[in-house]
Design a protein around this ligand. Structure first.
Ligand code: C2E
Ligand code: MG
Ligand code: MG
Length: 677
């Protein structure tokens, strides 16, 4: 293919390019890249579908794009002879481009990426594009003879590799800005250029020869049918894939956010939507299953799931007309009823369930006693539908519930609406409306006074009660097991904040997040953390988890195990409020923590109290000997700072002496001002 034709086999002929079709070919390649980039975003996110699903879609989009670009590019060239394509080779030529795209995207989506990663993926992609091109060329059937210039042949392949390398590098770097459509479009254009640049360089090195007599008679031919087929297939597939992915996305989004995966029932979000949007429901029943935790502990989570499904089925099979069943919490099922005056009917049905559950039921061949309580309530036409749920909460939080499957009807004289219930009723709204927000308190190094990190602390500007201190609402959320949702919210906010600061090219610091006791050992916590890191492209080393000493002491073994997994996942872990718990100092040795936060009460009387000063010095010495970072909380005076600095210049100090917790912009201003001092 590199040697010239036999002497009497013709004269070299040249073709003519149609500029609009050349541009069209570039647009096709860029469109394919855009589609592939969109699919790649899904690979990075923790999507409902396995990442390989998106990887395959991305490779198909890119592979088909490369392929259709080639054939449209070929159609842009009109040559003075007839030709057609061998269908088998034409079809086969798509394989290298799809496989190469798959390999390139697979490599570039690895967590750990280096320049070798990009080079390797560039090489795969470049070779894939070139193989596709030259296989496509080989599929041409014609009277003419063609020859490649070896240097241009090599240049075309090197170009494909180089431009692919640059494009994949930019593509991977821009992923954190993926929401920025301009950057995405620019990257697509660069990736889109990799394909045509190879193609047109390759074509520039291709010479066609025709027998003399044919040259005389030949006019220029352009294969329009082929062009139309190429474009149609390419565009249809690309748009089809785009459409499919967005449909899938919407479907998944809906499923995940509105349906409970286990019972397939609409979830709490749907429930709240129903209560807020439609004004048709007049009665409600909520079953609160009480002993699920014990069931989980005794028989495992899988069995716990079966129990919930059993309860959901039992309620479902009642087939109450004009009713809708929801799973509104891990252990709560709610039934909303339309129509007036149906409380007696509802009460009757619930009592039937109660009678059944008062005897052991058989689930998976095990006899088990369900322990729960059912709250029911109704409203008249003048009352707001939202009341239904607050009535239920009032019943469920009233004292004296025995969890013997009693059916309790809301009675305004008995079930008064308390502050606690209002907190619980408004917390979701507060998270959504940013009534709940985070402030950040800096920690500084005692020796250098440089900032070493921040702690995220929660605040609530309540619509009714004004500013509430976390000391007020956190215990309520903990008691009612709502604190994990709030912690998830905090985790996401913090990761988002880190990303925002990174994007503004502001310095990033490790941010500490307070993790409440009961949540520490839950597998949901690690899942949420990983998801949030992924979503905002944040490195785990920028997050510290603060766990109070009391928590760790309450369930030492499982907490230690949890802390170990956090450390393995790359997070720092701090033991908060150290000294307030009952742990013996020797316990510290076994704890896989990275940081010790000594409680404020140890510094309050320092340096005046000699006793307190010696205790503090002893704890600091112990912490150092265990190679732990030490943070002293609640530093308020210069005397304290001087004393602490003279004890150890390695300490980190946090307290009002340096700064109070501040809102994000304020913190950055504060840091800027300090750095300029
Ligand atoms: P903590 O984690 O020990 O946080 C330190 C508390 O000490 C913060 O109170 C902080 O504002 C306060 N503080 C810092 N420096 C000084 C000082 O020099 N003097 C005095 N008097 N206080 C100082 P805050 O923000 O009211 O938080 C209280 C507690 O509420 C926190 O104690 C933490 O246990 C909890 N909390 C705060 N935010 C969250 C959160 O997002 N999630 C969870 N689960 N708990 C949180
Ligand atoms: Mg803390
Ligand atoms: Mg603390």
């Amino acid at each position: 293919m590199f040697s010239p034709p036999p002497i009497n086999n013709g004269i070299e002929v040249s073709g003519e390019y149609s500029l609009p079709i050349v541009i069209l070919s570039i647009i096709i390649a860029s469109l394919a890249s855009f589609t592939a980039i969109s699919m790649n975003e899904r690979i990075q996110k923790n999507s409902f579908f396995h990442r390989n699903f998106w990887l395959v879609l991305a490779s198909l989009a890119m592979g088909f794009g490369i392929w259709s670009m080639h054939f449209v590019g070929m159609s842009a060239l009109s040559l003075p002879f007839m030709m057609h394509y061998d269908s088998l080779l034409t079809c086969l030529s798509i394989i290298p481009s799809v496989i190469a795209s798959f390999l390139a995207f697979y490599i570039v989506n690895q967590k750990k990426r280096s320049i070798t990663t990009y080079l390797l993926s560039g090489i795969f992609m470049g070779i894939g594009i070139s193989t596709m091109h030259y296989t496509g060329m080989a599929s041409m059937v014609m009277d003419a003879y063609y020859v490649y210039n070896p240097w241009i042949f090599i240049t075309s392949i090197i170009t494909a590799i180089l431009v692919s390398f640059v494009a994949l590098y930019i593509f991977s770097r821009q992923q954190r800005y993926a929401k920025n459509n301009y950057i995405k479009a620019l990257t697509s254009a660069i990736m889109g250029l990799a394909v045509p640049s190879m193609h047109y360089i390759g074509m520039a090195g291709t010479s066609f020869y025709l027998p003399k007599q044919q040259v005389m008679t030949a006019g220029h031919h352009m294969n329009i049918t082929l062009l139309i087929t190429g474009v149609t297939i390419g565009i249809t597939l690309l748009l089809g894939l785009l459409q499919l992915s967005s449909l899938v996305d919407r479907y998944v989004d809906f499923r995940v956010s509105h349906i409970d995966i286990l019972t397939k029932l609409p979830n709490r979000r749907s429930f709240e939507k129903a209560l807020n949007d439609e004004d048709v429901y007049r009665s409600i029943a909520v079953w609160n299953l009480h002993n699920l935790e014990k069931v989980n502990n005794d028989h495992g989570y899988h069995f716990g799931d079966e129990v919930i499904q059993y309860a959901a089925n039992a309620l479902h099979q009642l087939n109450i007309p004009l009713s809708e069943l929801y799973r509104i919490d891990g252990n709560r099922l709610a039934l909303l009823l339309q129509g007036k005056d149906r409380l007696n009917e509802l009460q009757h049905a619930m009592k039937n369930i109660s009678a059944k559950w008062n005897h052991p039921v058989i689930i998976q061949e095990k006899k088990i006693l369900l322990q729960g309580v059912c709250a029911i309530s109704t409203i008249n036409d003048q009352q707001s539908q939202k009341r239904l749920f607050s009535d239920i909460l009032a019943v469920l939080s009233s004292p004296g519930i025995q969890y013997k499957n009693e059916v309790i009807r809301f009675d305004p004289l008995i079930h008064t609406y308390s502050f606690e219930q209002e907190i619980l009723n408004t917390i979701d709204q507060a998270m959504k409306n940013d009534d709940l927000f985070l402030v950040y308190q800096p920690k500084v190094n005692a020796g250098t006074h440089k900032i070493v990190g921040l702690e995220a602390l929660i605040r609530w500007n309540h619509t009714e009660h004004g500013f509430l201190s976390p000391g007020v609402f956190i215990p309520i959320l903990e008691q009612s097991h709502r604190i994990s949702d709030v912690t998830n919210w905090v985790i996401n906010k913090v990761c988002n904040q880190i990303k925002v600061w990174e994007e503004q090219n502001l310095p990033t610091y490790r941010i500490a997040i307070n993790i409440p006791g009961e949540y520490v050992t839950s597998p949901r916590l690690l899942r949420t953390l990983k998801k949030a890191l992924n979503r905002y492209s944040v490195n785990p080393s920028l997050v510290e988890l603060e766990i109070t000493e009391t928590t760790v002491m309450e369930s030492a073994e499982s907490s230690m195990r949890a802390i170990n997994t956090f450390r393995e996942a790359g997070f720092s872990v701090a033991l908060d409020d150290f000294g307030t718990g009952i742990s013996s100092l020797s316990n510290l040795r076994q704890m896989p923590i990275s940081t010790l936060k000594i409680d404020k009460s140890f510094v309050d009387e320092v340096p005046q109290s000699e006793k307190d000063s010696s205790i503090l010095e002893a704890i600091i010495a112990l912490g150092h000997s265990l190679n732990l970072n030490i943070v002293i909380e609640g530093v308020e005076t210069k005397n304290q700072v001087d004393f602490l600095t003279s004890t150890s210049s390695l300490l980190s100090l946090q307290g009002y002496y340096f700064a109070k917790p501040m809102e994000p912009d304020e913190v950055m201003e504060w840091i800027k001002a300090r750095n300029n001092e």
